[in-house]
Design a protein around this ligand. Structure first.
Ligand code: WQD
Length: 336
């Protein structure tokens, strides 16, 4: 099968490209390199013995996107490309709606124009908003109280895909709702290396470890959780990548929705402790006020993904910390 991976030089995209190629798929990448680097292509070559065809194309460039599809002869698309900084999306909603929603509409129009009718979409648990439970199943309502325009773009794209499937019986869409991706490829050659200031916990922990940031601010230690800090379902990025292969191998006409998580919750302090254990060194942190929009606790109920896709996480938080440190050692950074 020939797969176009949008956002394929990004963190989750590149790990998925490696797993796809090593599983025998032919892969091309479309990415605008806004939040990733061309050098990732050489790493993919090193890890798979194949350098994927790369198209530096923006989702908003409909003409260039059409040219890619005209030549590509793709069987399916795995769609990661999009802006994903939650805080930034609150400040720049129009940019996020245009890039993520209009960009995806452009992608879907190019797919239709060239007879590509299968898509695996990188969605997020944030589409559940605040459902009032901690263990998330796929039948929970979505679209209510989503705290950011970023999260609303994911919800809107899900709704667009549901409506396309309702109108076109041949169209196949799998919505993969991620929880919290962490970790890096075991080789230490591929990992999370966002341009600019990150928002997520682990890339910030990495910057504290390298001294680029003086100390970690733990946003709130007065939540109703065992240690007072927020609990999330951290899933190793390689497990997440493998979930995409399972989604592709089970894809069929209609809409399919899966939560991809470990099913276990881990607190911020437990993540700090796991990083310190892997590193053998303390990580400087302080308690800071709660961050607006944060929920105290949620994690995936992975029953459906296991039953229907055979998806089950294999890698642990400790694996994620060791792999993250190995990546850091290979990519030394220090405070300017
Ligand atoms: C995790 C926990 C923070 C930074 C977001 C998006 C979601 C998905 C995953 C894309 C929270 C705490 C964080 C820091 C901290 N992204 N934290 N200090 O908010 O669960 O989910 O990323 O799909 O859509 O909403 O992840 O990593 O930002 O935060 O204490 O410097 O770490 O308060 O409890 P989150 P996160």
């Amino acid at each position: 099968m020939r797969i176009l991976v949008t956002g394929g030089t990004g963190y989750i995209g590149s790990h998925t490209v490696v797993e796809l190629i090593n599983a025998g798929y032919e892969v091309e990448i479309l990415d605008n390199l806004f939040n990733s680097k061309m050098e990732v292509l050489d790493v993919i070559k090193e890890l798979t013995d194949t350098k994927p065809v790369f198209h530096q194309v923006d989702l908003l460039d409909a003409d260039k996107m059409n040219e890619v599809f005209a030549a590509g002869n793709f069987d399916a698309v795995v769609h990661f490309a999009g802006l994903k900084a939650v805080g930034e999306s609150v400040e720049q909603p129009l940019r996020y709606y245009e890039n993520n929603v209009v960009g995806t509409v452009n992608l879907l129009k190019a797919m239709r124009a060239h007879g590509v009718s299968k898509i695996v979409f990188s969605s997020s648990a944030t589409v559940y908003g605040d459902p009032g439970v901690v263990s998330y199943t796929e039948d929970l309502p979505t679209g209510q109280n989503i705290p950011s325009p970023y999260g609303k773009t994911k919800y809107m794209i899900e709704e667009i895909l549901k409506d396309i499937c309702a109108a076109d019986a041949e169209f196949s869409a799998v919505l993969l709702r991620y929880f919290n991706p962490v970790g890096a490829h075991a080789s230490g050659l591929l990992g999370e290396n966002p341009n600019g200031r990150p928002n997520n916990l682990m890339p910030i922990v990495m910057k504290v470890a390298t001294g680029e940031i003086a100390e970690l601010s733990v946003y709130g230690n007065d939540y109703d959780t065992p240690d007072g800090t927020c609990i999330r379902d951290y899933i190793h990025v390689v497990d997440l990548a493998r979930g995409h292969l399972l989604a592709l191998s089970h894809i069929q006409p209609g809409i399919a929705i899966y939560n991809l998580g470990s099913g276990k919750g881990t607190s911020v302090l437990e993540m700090v402790a796991a990083f310190e254990k892997a590193r053998g060194q303390k990580l400087p942190f302080k308690f800071a006020p709660r961050r607006a929009g944060d929920l105290a606790e949620f994690y995936a109920n992975p029953t459906k993904a296991e039953a229907e896709l055979g998806f089950k996480t294999e890698l642990t938080i400790d694996d994620a910390m060791k792999d993250t440190l190995r990546y850091l050692e290979n990519h030394p950074r220090s405070a300017e």
